[in-house]
Design a protein around this ligand. Structure first.
Ligand code: F6P
Length: 355
């Protein structure tokens, strides 16, 4: 029987278990394969910690959030070991061969795709699946986890509407999304936000304040602002271009949302409150869409294993499942394109984008 390894790396995401289940069920159904799950991402691969994922192990997990295998942000080439950061690629390659693996499936976001590409270059048979609530992986239209996170963030906007309206307040909701605005844009539109601030469009606080004041003149007593964690004001965007700007901006982003609230209070004369949604966006059971997406990507991945084809990420392009070479995926993140139909749509319906 051929031995296949699987691991989950990076931030946990709803849909990971359904993906593991689909890879496993397809391989076990085919026969001739044994699947082992490495624990805690690349760390488990380095420390050779794994469990056998037999049929019983894979049963009843489609609804479970998180990952049954555990995850970590450890990278093969930059692994904290005994208080030092070390390149453990050789140890990983050695474990792979001494365990007689035929291939390894890595489930993860942009960072995982890059690390998987490194391991493929070190001679391992690798396939990957795209998971992230940020939806920022290139060459796939969607990644699993995004739909669930969007649902949770949308529900938050819905609930904030009633309290904003009762107290005639400005309420600012900060969503996750890393350096891109997909989650804020999706939840902002679905939740009917009045202002949506995205990393892709640096904002001007005065423009936001003017939009809120316009609403006040129209008799609307509250405003909902959805801001992506990576969104920057125009002045922050300038700092980013300076030498050492990246670190400065990262520091500024830590207090950006409460500061925005304080500035909007001053500019509008209205009370403002902040909600930072945080990890609740990554928790709990996946939506049906994410279950379907992760299950179909997982079974497709197993099909590739059976064909002995390696070095690719499973992806969705124009409603079809495709494979994309890891070399192509291991690059920059997927920002919202300027001409994306959702950006046109928000402008059409009069949502302020802060610029
Ligand atoms: O990539 C998923 C994500 O939740 C981002 O939206 C966020 O910026 C980051 O992970 C948080 O990282 P950590 O789990 O390491 O705190």
């Amino acid at each position: 029987s051929k031995l296949i390894g699987i691991l989950t790396s990076g931030g946990d995401t709803p849909g990971l278990n359904s993906a593991i289940r689909a890879v496993g069920k397809t391989l076990l159904h085919e026969g001739g394969y044994t699947l082992i799950g490495y624990l805690d991402g690349y760390r488990g691969l380095m420390e050779n910690r794994f469990v056998e994922l037999n049929d019983a192990y894979l049963s009843g997990i489609i609804t479970r959030g998180g990952t049954i295998l555990g995850s970590s942000r450890d990278k093969p080439h930059k692994m904290p070991v005994g208080g030092k950061i070390m390149d453990m690629t050789d140890v990983i390659v050695e474990n792979y061969h001494s365990n007689h693996l035929s291939g390894l499936v890595c489930l993860g976001g942009g960072g995982t795709q890059k690390n998987s590409y490194r391991l493929a270059n070190a001679g391992l048979n690798i396939l990957t699946l795209p998971k992230t609530i940020d939806n920022d992986i290139m060459h796939t239209d969607v990644s699993f986890g995004y739909d669930t996170a969007m649902m949770i963030a949308t529900e938050a906007v819905d609930r904030l509407h009633s309290t904003a309206s009762s107290h005639h307040r400005i309420i600012i909701l900060e969503t996750m999304g890393h350096k891109v605005g997909w989650l804020a844009l999706g939840a902002g539109i679905a939740g009917g936000a009045d202002v949506i601030l995205l990393p892709e469009i640096p904002y001007d606080e005065q423009v936001v304040a003017d939009a809120i004041l316009r609403r006040t003149r129209e008799g609307k007593k509250f405003s909902i602002v959805v801001v992506a964690e990576g969104a920057m004001s125009k002045s922050m965007a300038k700092v980013l271009e300076e030498e050492g700007g990246k670190d400065k901006v990262e520091e500024m982003l830590k207090t950006r949302t409460p500061q925005l609230a304080a500035h909007l209070e001053r500019l509008t004369g209205r009370e403002a409150r902040v909600t930072i949604l945080g990890y609740v966006q990554r928790g709990g059971t996946p939506t049906p869409y994410d279950r379907l997406l992760s299950t179909s990507l997982g079974s497709r991945c197993a099909q590739e294993i059976m064909k002995d084809k390696w070095g690719n990420m499973m992806a969705v392009q124009n409603n079809r499942l495709v494979t994309v070479p890891l070399e192509k995926v291991a690059g920059p993140v997927k920002y919202i394109p300027k001409d994306h139909y959702l950006l046109t749509c928000v402008k059409d319906i009069g949502v302020c984008l802060g610029s």
